[in-house]
Design a binder for this molecule. Structure first.
Ligand code: ZN
Length: 144
C-alpha cells in the first residue's frame, strides 16, 4: 500500500522493471523516478527535490538497507571473482581481488544504491501492509 505522501507516480506505471532497476542504480526517487536521492554518495536528501517524497522514515528505518547492501556486495564480489577467474588469475589473486572490491569499492558504491533499493521496497509495501506505518503515524499524532 503506498504511503499517504507518496507523491506523483505517473512515470512509474510506464517504466519497465529493467528501467526501474537502472534508475535505482542511479539512486533516483522510487516515487517519481526522476529526483536524485543523494547530494553526493554519502549524503542523502531527506526528501525528493522534485516530488517531496520523504526518504527517511525515522530512527532505524535504514537498518533494512543492510540486507540490500549484503546482497549487492555478494553480487559484486562474485562478479569480480568470475572476472578474475576468466582472466586466468590464481585462486589467491582471485579471492584477494574479490575481497578488495567488496571491502574498498563496495561501501562507497553500494551504500547509496542499497538505500535506494530499500526505499523502493518499502514504498512498494512488499514487506508489510502499511499497518505499522499507520500505527506510528497515529501514535506520533496523539503525542502532539
Ligand atoms: Zn521524487
Amino acid at each position: 500500500m503506498p504511503m499517504p505522501d507518496s507523491g506523483p507516480d505517473t512515470l512509474g506505471h510506464r517504466l519497465s522493471i529493467p528501467a526501474k532497476a537502472c534508475r535505482l542504480m542511479r539512486c533516483r526517487c522510487p516515487a517519481c523516478w526522476r529526483g536524485e536521492m543523494f547530494e553526493h554518495p554519502l549524503r542523502m536528501r531527506p526528501q525528493c527535490p522534485l516530488c517531496a517524497y520523504r526518504f527517511d522514515r525515522g530512527n532505524g528505518y535504514f537498518v533494512g538497507a543492510m540486507y540490500a547492501s549484503y546482497a549487492l556486495s555478494l553480487g559484486l564480489g562474485i562478479a569480480v571473482a568470475i572476472a578474475a577467474w576468466l582472466a586466468s588469475a590464481s585462486v589467491g589473486v582471485t579471492v584477494s581481488v574479490a575481497c578488495a572490491a567488496v571491502g574498498l569499492v563496495g561501501p562507497l558504491a553500494i551504500f547509496p544504491i542499497s538505500r535506494a533499493v530499500w526505499v523502493w521496497v518499502e514504498r512498494e509495501g512488499w514487506l508489510h501492509d502499511g499497518e505499522e506505518d499507520r500505527e506510528v503515524l497515529l501514535r506520533n499524532h496523539r503525542r502532539r
